[in-house]
Each structure stands twice: as C-alpha cells, then as structure tokens.
Design a protein around this ligand. Structure first.
Ligand code: PYC
Length: 318
C-alpha cells in the first residue's frame, strides 16, 4: 500500500494540499526540470492527491522539494485537477503556515521558496499574516476587445502574475456568489475565444486563468473578482497570482503608485491586500498579504486493489 503524507490548509477559502512525505522522487535539478519529470513519470500521483475521491476540483496540490538554489529554504511544485501550475500565491501562504505548524520556519520569520518560475519570498508580520513577494509581473496587452460566444464583446487586459491571466474589466456579468454558474460558463467561453483568436502570453504561454472584476459591494475592498482556474474550478481566494496580474495592470495604467495598498475581495468575500515595489532591475514585484488556516494532517492510502486509487479522471473512467 503506497502512503502519501499531506497537510491541508485553506487560504481565504481556497484549499492547498501539501505533500510533505511519500511523494515521487524527482531527483535533482531546477523546479522546472523536476516538474517536467513529475508530469512525464508520476502524473498518476498528481491525480491521486487532488482528484476525487480523495480531493476535489478546488484543491491546489504542492509537492515540497529540496531546493536546487542554495539560497532557498524550500522548493515547491504546484498542481491541480488539470495539470501543473507555474506559481500559486494562496498555496504559498498555505505552505508557509504549514511549515510554521511543523516548526520548520527560521526564527527570522522569512522563507525563500524556489518555484518553476522563480524565487518568491514569504514573510510574517506581527499580526500573523504572511506576505508573499511574488515573481516579477507585467501587463502584456491593455484593453483587448474579445468577442465571447453567448456573452458579447468584453474588454480585458492580459497580464503575467506568475500565471497568465485574462483580466476582464468591461462586461455585462453580475460578479456574485449566486452567479457562479454563469461566471464559470463565461470563463470557459472566454478561454475558447482566446484559443480561437490565437491569443497567448508574450512568452507563448496559454492564457489559462480568466479573471472578472466588479466593484466590491458589502466588503471593505477596492474590487471583487471571480477567477476561473485551468481545471474549471473557481478560486475561493482572491487568487494571489491574479491579484499580482491586476496590480501590474493598475500600475501600468498609472493608477496604482508603488507602495499603495489595493484590497482585492474574492467571490466568497475573502480579502488579499496587495502593493507593488520595483526590484534592482526595475521589475515590478507584487506583494500579496493574507493568511491561511490548517485543516488536516492525513496519510493518503493508495490501495493497489482500488480502481480509483489514482483519482477519477478520463484515464480511470470506464
Ligand atoms: O493564489 O495564485 C493563486 C492561485 C492560483 C491558482 C489558484 N490560486
């Protein structure tokens, strides 16, 4: 019986399942190289950890690794029900709180974390919140007009915040918890429209996260968002890489100065605070502050007799 030890947390309602023991041995190399090995040789374990019947479409999984970069404390590879994601801020806040619970955080209360798309930082403040200093982020396209089948033409930006986002700011949608089914249908149609139009990120990457914005009503925030993740689930948190992409767009538009606070509410009302600084190379660094709660410490059992031990996926359904 294969055993995989995980710790579950949630960040603003969005779950993270961190593999702390029993995960695949990916050998040495950068996180990007090890992620490729994970995908090629051990993808069934990704599916086992996050898909039903053990997981759900909402879970983001993280595989804790020894870092390749000696300046880092840990490395991590993030994944979900559909595959692998580049960076995950809510997951990094969850990882930080998990390592703290395990007593693995240095006394200076700061972690350097290696990901497939760069090194990020996680720092605690006196209130117990964690701030993630994300990878350099930027706006790629402004005010793109996109015809979305069944929803008319919307206006959106494209930005990198550790993943590629379409950030829709002019639309006729109601951004509310009650309207999740329609928002999800829109997000899927917008992804099809991007594919149809051949619109990708400037590095050729697929724009696989769709983010829709509206004024925040009933919460103390600058905006409320709905984020559709690549596997079809919506982000319960405000999505830290999505908030990073938003900060990059606001800064590029000249409406968010360095250090000014932006409060982003999610579709369930949880909030991240964000601001931007510039690094030594003049690149824009988003900082995202939030907190996470531990939910469970589990040993997953993969019974060789269980036909769904590697999750319910198209590969296991008969
Ligand atoms: O918080 O960056 C994030 C994230 C990405 C996908 C789900 N959450």
């Amino acid at each position: 019986m294969q055993r995989i030890k995980v710790i579950d947390s949630h960040t603003g309602g969005e779950p993270t399942r961190l593999i702390i023991d029993g995960g695949p041995d990916l050998g040495q190399g950068t996180m990007a190289e090890r992620r490729a090995r994970f995908q090629e040789q051990h993808d069934h374990l990704r599916a086992a950890v996050v898909n039903e019947p053990r997981g759900s479409d909402a879970f983001v999984g993280g595989l804790l690794c020894e870092p390749d970069d000696p300046s880092c404390d840990v490395g991590v590879i993030y994944f979900n029900n559909a595959g692998y994601i580049n960076m995950c801020v809510h997951g990094t806040i969850g990882l930080a709180v998990t390592l703290d619970g395990l007593g693995r955080v240095p006394s200076h209360r700061h972690l350097r974390i290696e990901t497939p798309v760069g090194v990020v930082g996680a720092r605690w403040d006196d209130s117990g919140n964690v701030t993630v200093a994300n990878v350099p982020s930027y706006r790629d396209h402004a005010d793109l007009r996109l015809a979305v089948d069944g929803f008319g033409t919307v206006t959106a930006d494209v930005a990198w915040g550790g993943n590629w986002f379409l950030l829709v700011h002019e639309h006729a949608l109601e951004v509310s918890f009650e309207n999740i089914a329609q928002l999800t249908a829109f997000g899927n149609a917008a992804r099809r429209a991007l594919t149809h139009e051949g619109i990708r990120g400037s590095d050729g990457g697929e724009i696989d996260h769709i983010e829709i914005f509206a004024p925040a009503e009933g919460v103390d925030a600058d905006s409320r968002n709905f984020v559709l993740c690549p596997g079809g689930a919506y982000d319960r948190s405000p999505c830290g890489t999505g908030t990073s992409a938003k900060l990059a767009c606001l800064h590029a538009a000249g409406v968010l100065d360095e250090g000014a606070i932006w409060r982003q509410a999610s579709i369930v009302g949880s909030i991240f605070e964000g601001w931007v600084t510039k690094d030594a190379h003049g690149q824009l660094i988003p900082h995202i502050r939030g907190n996470a709660h531990l939910m469970g410490e589990t040993t997953l059992l993969l019974d060789p007799e269980d036909p769904f031990r590697y999750g319910i996926t198209s590969a296991t359904v008969r």
